[in-house]
Ligand binder design. Structure first.
Ligand code: ZN
Length: 272
């Protein structure tokens, strides 16, 4: 897998015969007290490798578009304008910048129900952001989110309750913990795997090195921790890559075992 081009809000990678385009939606600032030890307590001190902006952790927010030239899937959609701070909603600019016509997006896969992943289905003006949308895959435990602003999309939701192929090269895999319906998407190009995850890791400078550190907003912390451990072990194999919603934009990396945890190596320099 290699970077072939990038801009302010996107980066395009070659992955076998597939193209993977990382789309930067923006960022979220969160207090470091969200990080929790195995007893659910906030960490007393943060290692100096964890940067703060003001008093906060700054989490990138990414979505990923994968295409074989004929069939495509958009994985996650950012927050649109459905967040209390206007720090997200750049995905539409990112799509324009990458030359992706929103009217050609028919298939969307969502990692989980939270605003920074699902709200981009609705554009800031209240219209459907993807006018030809046909299918939205989401873990069965999270599909109740399709009410209110998202209600018009509900008739196209495909509920995922076990591993299921959503096209020739993408498999949805339930990984409950952060939310009951949290799902990762395994994109296979024949010679390698790209696992696209949502909220498996929030703070990449800490949680690869110390995977037992969890996040206050993990609905079931033990289950989320176990899911993270299993995914990291899988990713440490050769020919495996990760694309993470909250890894530093553009958020695509390889992972190796290191000490008692893991180390990640980004495949592209930061954007944004
Ligand atoms: Zn998130």
């Amino acid at each position: 897998m290699r970077l072939i081009s990038s801009g302010r809000h996107h980066a395009t990678f070659e992955f076998g015969d597939l193209r993977v385009i990382s789309l930067r939606d923006g960022y979220i600032d969160m207090p470091p007290t969200r990080l929790r030890d195995e007893d659910g307590r906030a960490l007393p001190v943060l290692p100096p490798v964890v940067p703060l902006v003001g008093d906060n952790l700054r989490l990138s927010v990414n979505a990923f578009f994968v295409t074989d030239g004929t069939r495509s899937v958009l994985i996650d959609t950012g927050a649109s304008n459905n967040w209390h701070d206007p720090t997200m909603g750049l995905i539409y600019d990112a799509l324009d910048e990458a030359g992706i016509d929103r009217a050609k997006v028919t298939d969307v896969a969502i990692t989980h129900r939270h605003e920074d992943h699902v709200s981009g289905l609705i554009a800031p003006d209240g219209s459907e952001a993807f006018p030809e949308l046909e299918r939205v895959w989401m873990g069965a435990g999270d599909t109740s989110v399709f009410t209110g602003r998202l209600e018009p999309i509900r008739d196209r939701v495909v509920s995922v309750s076990g591993p299921v192929a959503i096209n020739d090269w993408t498999t949805a895999i339930p990984t409950p913990g952060h939310t009951p319906g949290h799902t990762v998407y395994d994109v296979s190009c024949g010679t390698g795997h790209l696992l696209v995850w949502g909220d498996t890791v929030h703070v990449p400078t800490l949680q690869f090195d110390q995977p037992n550190v969890s996040w206050e907003l993990d609905g079931n912390q033990a289950q989320a921790r176990a899911a993270r451990a299993a995914l990291l072990e899988q990713l440490a194999q050769p020919h495996h890559f990760v694309a993470g919603a909250h890894l530093d934009s553009p958020g695509i990396a390889r992972i190796a075992r290191s000490g008692n945890g893991y180390a990640l190596e980004y495949l592209a320099p930061p954007i944004g």
